[in-house]
Design a protein around this ligand. Structure first.
Ligand code: SF4
Length: 290
């Protein structure tokens, strides 16, 4: 659930989910529709499908236990290098690190190496024994993630109160290889909704934003040309974030019988299931026009 999604968003979903499925066996026997329903609003439904598929494999082939071999864990649906390393450390206390953005940043800073050129292979070449010598490997994996989120964060690392600053080459060095990222700039986007008088909205996968492209969305453009806006009426302006993208949205609409190719009509009332919250918000707003 936490892939691409913040903890505070996940918590209520997680609580309902584990109440419904209290054991791996009960999840493995669940219908996909029921699992997707509980996932509704979290988005990235492939995670739910993979979770269900993995539960079935674990129950049927591995006696309801996670395999102890990392390569075997990686064969499970939706589990790649990162998740496999987290699982093997948390469940079996194996010595490893799981490289997400936070961990990569922390290690790159401690050794003052270029984050872009940094991967698991060159991590092994670094002299990490002094710093990462522990029998509490599961705690270490979690601690470094938290440390990256709370202390050694992307934009304002709290170096002065950092408990490991005496080991940190970034802190000591006047030549900092690791560059602190600047705040992401908000992007202005215009969303154009074709509406029909009988309560329908025309959606297309052919949007040019490059995210959520498996879902239908109204056409979105970064247009500055006045001609683009001809015949369109502004419905609202609001802020919306998707993953790490921050958007200033201008929502336009027009009633029209004709829609371009690649568009399909959807009923505002009935097309609700498994819709990303980004699109749901648009639906909510245009529904006041009918
Ligand atoms: S001293 Fe600063 S850069 Fe180094 S690990 Fe601590 S918080 Fe990160």
């Amino acid at each position: 659930m936490l892939q691409q999604t913040q903890v505070k968003t996940v918590i209520p979903y997680f609580e309902v989910f584990i109440k419904k499925f209290q054991t791996l066996e009960s999840l493995s026997q669940a219908k996909e529709k029921k699992v997707l329903k509980l996932w509704e609003g979290l988005g990235y439904y492939r995670r739910a499908r993979n979770l269900l598929a993995t539960s079935k494999i674990l129950v049927n082939k591995h006696n309801s236990k996670l395999p102890k071999c990392i390569n075997e864990i990686k064969t499970l649906p939706g589990i790649g290098e990162y998740t496999a390393n987290v699982l093997i450390a948390l469940i079996y206390n194996k010595p490893t690190l799981a490289f997400d953005g936070n961990v990569k940043r922390v290690i790159s800073r401690i050794f003052n190496v270029d984050e872009k050129k940094f991967d698991f292979k060159n991590f092994k070449n670094l002299n990490t024994k002094k710093l990462f010598n522990t029998k509490r490997n599961s705690d270490l994996v979690e601690a470094i993630m938290e440390f990256g989120a709370l202390i050694c964060n992307a934009k304002t690392p709290k170096c002065i109160k950092c408990p490991i600053k005496k080991y940190c080459k970034f802190f000591k060095s006047p030549h900092k290889t690791y560059k602190i990222k600047k705040n992401k700039i908000r992007k202005n986007v215009n969303i154009f909704c074709y509406l029909s008088k009988n309560g329908k909205i025309a959606l297309t996968k052919n949007n040019n934003v490059g995210f959520l492209n498996t879902f239908n969305l109204p056409q979105i453009e970064n247009a500055s040309n006045k001609k683009t806006f001809k015949d369109w009426r502004l419905l609202s302006k609001y802020k919306n974030s998707i993953s790490n993208k921050k958007l200033n949205i201008n929502l336009y609409y027009k009633f029209s019988k004709n829609i371009p190719l690649n568009y399909t009509w959807y009923s505002i009332k009935t097309y609700k299931d498994f819709m990303p919250s980004f699109t749901k918000r648009i639906f909510r707003q245009v529904s006041v026009l009918f």
